[in-house]
Design a protein around this ligand. Structure first.
Ligand code: ATP
Ligand code: MG
Length: 550
């Protein structure tokens, strides 16, 4: 059963025998890294191909010659693969079709459906008219076929400087749709292309190359975002007026917008170039590379895309839904460990000096097959600083003077004293343990109100932990115009000396953990064998469930 309007169309087409195989494509322009919006498009295009037994092409829309495209193309391939999709042998480039596209442009000239225009870019804009006013025809609109062919060939041969001539479709300057008012098909660009080198001095426009590339690849359903809806008449015009081998159709769906987030390659590039983040894969970035480094799983992103669904109208998705999706997945797969981010020393005064006991504790209560590990207990421990209050308010149930709490999987302890430095800051707690509560249960059945995580000081390993918050402060960072002004100055907090249980020693890059009671964390690739660095993927607090209930 179809679950959205696009799948309905696909099913109906298959049912009616219009196509025997569904062919979709994902057509990124290699001018930046992919972001979460692209992930939605990838999941849709590859998802449909997989579900209906067809295939999805990865096509680099490289009609715009720029410099660093090779790096971006590699990053895009890595990201699509990581998300769990495969283009198989179907990797293409719009630049592969430059010769064919050029020949079809000559065909259009011969059919008197295209002409070379010598108006400047400004003049073309001025002649185009407005939404309420028809455009004006260019004085060059009625050149002869021979003259057009001659000029177009000389454009290709590199005889003219950039901007002197363009090739335009001859459609209708009075069309209510501005895209149909003799749109530009080719422009002169004396630039080196990362794949075709200096072979070309003219490059096709996206609106020309895209439908024809779709036709060359026999795409059946060309899925794009809503802003291309007004371009569809031009898409169809080209498919009808060029002798193409197939007749693809374009369908539009709503792009993904996320609150507190910017999803535009151009803007993300500025964040990188201006040094507001550490790179395209900075864990605060909504790029696929950033989410990966942050600890997101491919499944969590695919589930998110499924939940968002495919709509016909623009909407803004709550970023809490993305966080919910990763928590849901990590809850199933992340190994639990104990880590203390803001350590406070606790000395268990009745525990023998020099002794260590090892307590068995499950790696994942959600998954018994994950097994268990041993954690060491000794006389000096660390607990989380905010798990203690000297003068606790009514609703604070954790450790306080005279109060007993459970330490996860080990013993009950009672706080017996507080040591302070000259400035009055608490530097250490004293406590006693109850040997009868070994393993974390009391024979008399008493139950402390709180269970705390802890780490043995002698056995702890020091790690760096990077805590991330939203990159932007307001729900719609682009609203103000200057989204830089909305950057959250506290989006990264580095803890240099968090204390972790020794079982994490040697953890490989990208390994994911739940630090009990603290959140989900992932080993950063910058980690060395001497020093582990963790990125916080998400806190444990789920705001989505709350929002969804309202
Ligand atoms: P940006 O606006 O970030 O530069 P783009 O659309 O220019 O994105 P492309 O590389 O041309 O980037 O996009 C490749 C495909 O991804 C296109 O089919 C486009 O429609 C789709 N896409 C881009 N952004 C989104 C989004 N926010 N939601 C859904 N699909 C998107
Ligand atoms: Mg684009």
């Amino acid at each position: 059963m179809a679950t959205d309007f696009i799948r309905e169309i696909v099913e109906e087409d298959l049912h009616a025998g219009r196509y025997s195989t569904v062919v979709t494509r994902f057509p990124p322009e290699p001018n930046g890294y992919l972001h979460i919006g692209h992930a939605k498009s990838i999941c849709l295009n590859f998802g449909i191909a997989n579900e209906y037994g067809g295939h999805c092409n990865l096509r680099f829309d490289d009609t715009n010659p720029t410099k660093e495209e090779a790096e971006y193309a590699e990053a895009i391939k890595r990201d699509v693969t990581w998300l769990g999709f495969s283009w198989g042998e179907h990797l293409y480039h719009a630049s592969d079709y430059f010769e064919q596209l050029y020949r079809w442009a000559e065909d259009l000239i011969r059919a008197e459906k295209a002409y070379v225009d010598g108006l400047t870019a400004d003049e073309i804009r001025a002649f185009r008219g407005t939404l309420t006013e028809a455009g004006k025809e260019s004085p060059h609109r009625n050149r002869s076929v021979d003259e057009n062919l001659d000029l177009f060939r000389r454009m290709r041969a590199g005889e003219f400087p950039d901007g002197t001539y363009v090739l335009r479709a001859k459609i209708d300057m009075a069309s209510p749709n501005i895209n149909m008012r003799d749109p530009v098909l080719y422009r002169i660009r004396h630039e080196t292309h990362h794949r075709t080198g200096d072979a070309w001095d003219i490059y096709p426009m996206y609106d020309y190359a895209h439908p024809l590339s779709d036709a060359i690849e026999s795409i059946t359903h060309s899925l794009c975002t809503l802003e291309f809806e007004d371009h569809r008449p031009l898409y169809d015009w080209l498919i009808e007026n060029v002798p193409v081998p197939a007749h693809p159709h374009q369908y539009e769906f709503a792009r993904l917008n996320l609150n507190y987030t910017v999803v535009s390659k151009r803007k993300l590039l500025r964040l990188v170039e201006d040094g507001h983040v550490r790179g395209w894969d900075d864990p605060r970035m909504p790029t696929i590379a950033g989410l990966r480094r942050r600890g997101y799983t491919p499944a969590s992103i695919r589930n998110f895309a499924d939940r968002v669904g495919v709509a016909k109208r623009e909407n803004v998705i709550d970023v809490a839904l993305l966080e919910f999706s990763v928590r849901e997945d990590l809850n199933q797969i992340a190994r639990r460990v104990m880590a203390v981010l803001e350590p406070l020393r606790v000395v268990i005064e009745n525990y023998p000096e020099g002794e260590t006991e090892w307590f068995d504790t499950p790696n994942n209560p959600e998954d018994p097959s994950a097994g268990s590990r041993s954690v060491p207990f000794s006389r000096v421990l660390y607990i989380e600083r905010d798990d203690f209050m000297e003068e606790p308010p009514k609703k604070f149930f954790r450790l306080a003077p005279g109060r007993e709490v459970r330490l996860r999987s080990s013993y009950f302890i009672t706080c017996t004293g507080v040591s302070k430095d000259a400035g009055g800051n608490i530097v250490e707690l004293r406590a006693t343990y109850d040997p009868a509560t070994r393993g974390g249960d009391a024979p008399d059945g008493r139950k402390p109100k709180a269970t705390l995580h802890w780490v043995s000081a002698e056995h702890a390993i020091d790690c760096e932990v990077r805590l991330y918050d939203r990159l932007f402060r307001s729900e719609n960072p682009e609203e103000s115009g200057d989204f830089f002004a909305d950057l959250n100055p506290d989006s990264l907090k580095i803890i240099a000396d968090a204390k972790l249980e020794p079982s994490v020693r040697g953890a490989a890059a990208m390994m994911r953990f739940q630090f009990e009671r603290v959140g989900y964390f992932c080993v950063d690739p910058e980690s060395t064998s001497e020093r582990l660095v963790f990125n916080r993927t998400a806190t444990l607090k789920d705001t989505w469930a709350k929002i969804a209930k309202n």
